[in-house]
Write a protein that binds this ligand. Structure first.
Ligand SMILES: *Cc1c(COP(=O)(O)O)cnc(C)c1O
Length: 365
């Protein structure tokens, strides 16, 4: 049977049907419904943050955040990410300025940020890629020193914390994705976390046409609301978050056992003080792109679909070709990592026998 890089977690069907019964009773399907409010409450407590504003998906959450903050000019960010991070900046009229990443965590290298700051810089947008936390202490010190906003793409970092501090509390705000392929999902969905009351109000206006009350519209906002069906899926999945985390941890430990200590394969390193969500299992083939191609081909022959997350770098996308600053040679570490990386299949319920098989395929001569 085909094995994909991930497989969406689903609650027992009866649990979801039970949630849906309420919707057939109330006929209330979206617009700040009961399920949505309950989910936002539960997410605030799960993520240990003052505000969590949900959206129809993570990308719209990020665009809403950039607009709610009224950012203008340049934003220092990373090219080693999903299309969404860079596209959101461009679509909101901002100019991405690409910073290189660290060797071990693949997150933005704080030592390379300050030289990229210009009078037009308004914010830093790093990504907790694979759920690896950015060096928040260093990045927030730089942001403070230069009066910049610090906002995280935390799409991969649901439930991750460092020394007891949730990723949702880091920076001025953080965006989470609740897409079907993520650690926690609402089918499609996303959210922005913040400790800031004013920003929270602006985030809510942004997702619902800027409507304050029945007769007062204060802002030309868009529509990016999460529906009750999505919220219902979230309520179910949140009940199983712990159980899914344990299954993911087991899979990661097994991969570590079978793959770590080799010269030709670099496995993920645990970060000190960080409580992981075991979202992804990225490995680097130190032999380079040709070895990676060969490994992907071998897996495909066995109907196993690993993915080259993240290749190409967003700065190399065809749609940005020739644009000033979109040049992967400016971020050599990101370029090398992107040329060597593969994320291996990882999801709750991935069989031990399949993990062994994948590792056998990757390590045979
Ligand atoms: C998934 C993802 C997003 C976008 O989230 P969606 O919910 O799919 O819109 C943004 N950034 C990163 C790094 C992601 O992986």
């Amino acid at each position: 049977m085909r094995i994909n890089v991930t497989r969406s977690a689903l609650p027992p069907m009866e649990e979801y049907v039970d949630e849906l019964r309420d919707l057939w009773d109330s006929h209330w399907l979206t617009n700040n419904g009961e399920k949505l409010r309950r989910l936002e409450d539960q997410l605030r407590s799960f993520l240990d943050v003052k505000h969590l504003v949900t959206y129809t998906n993570g990308h719209m959450a990020l665009e809403a955040l950039l607009r709610a903050m009224k950012l203008k000019g340049e934003v220092i960010t990373t090219p080693f990410t999903f299309a969404s991070t860079t596209h959101a900046l461009v679509r909101c009229g901002l100019t991405p300025v690409f910073c290189d990443i660290e060797e071990n965590s693949y997150t933005m290298d704080p030592a390379k940020v300050e030289s990229l700051i210009t009078p037009r810089t308004c914010a830093i947008l790093p990504v907790h890629v694979y759920g690896n936390l950015c060096d928040h202490e260093a990045l927030s010190a730089i942001a403070k020193k230069h009066g910049l906003k610090l906002i995280y793409d935390a799409a991969h970092a649901f439930g991750v914390s460092k020394n007891g501090v949730s990723a949702a509390q880091m920076g001025d705000a953080a965006m989470f994705s609740f897409h079907a392929t993520k650690v926690f999902h609402t089918i499609e969905g996303g959210g922005v976390s913040t400790q800031d009351d004013e920003l929270k109000a602006a985030l809510e206006l942004e997702r619902n046409y800027g409507i304050l009350d029945e007769v007062t519209v204060v802002h030309p906002g868009g529509n990016a609301k999460m529906s009750e069906f999505q919220a219902a899926m979230g309520l179910c999945n949140l009940r199983h978050a712990e159980e899914n985390l344990n299954l993911r941890r087991h899979a990661v430990e097994m991969y570590n056992q079978l793959l770590s200590g080799r010269e030709d394969i670099i496995t993920p390193k645990a970060q000190e003080g960080v409580s992981s969500n075991y979202a992804y299992y990225p490995v680097l083939f130190t032999g380079g792109p040709d070895v990676r191609e060969e490994m992907c081909k071998r897996l495909l022959q066995e109907d196993i679909y690993a993915r080259k997350y993240f290749y190409p770098l967003t700065s190399d996308f065809a749609c940005y070709h020739g644009m000033p600053g979109f040049d992967s040679s400016l971020t050599p570490i990101a370029r090398r990592v992107a040329s060597q990386v593969v994320t291996l299949p990882l999801y709750p319920g991935l069989a031990d026998s399949d993990i062994s098989r994948i590792c056998r395929i990757l390590t045979q001569k």
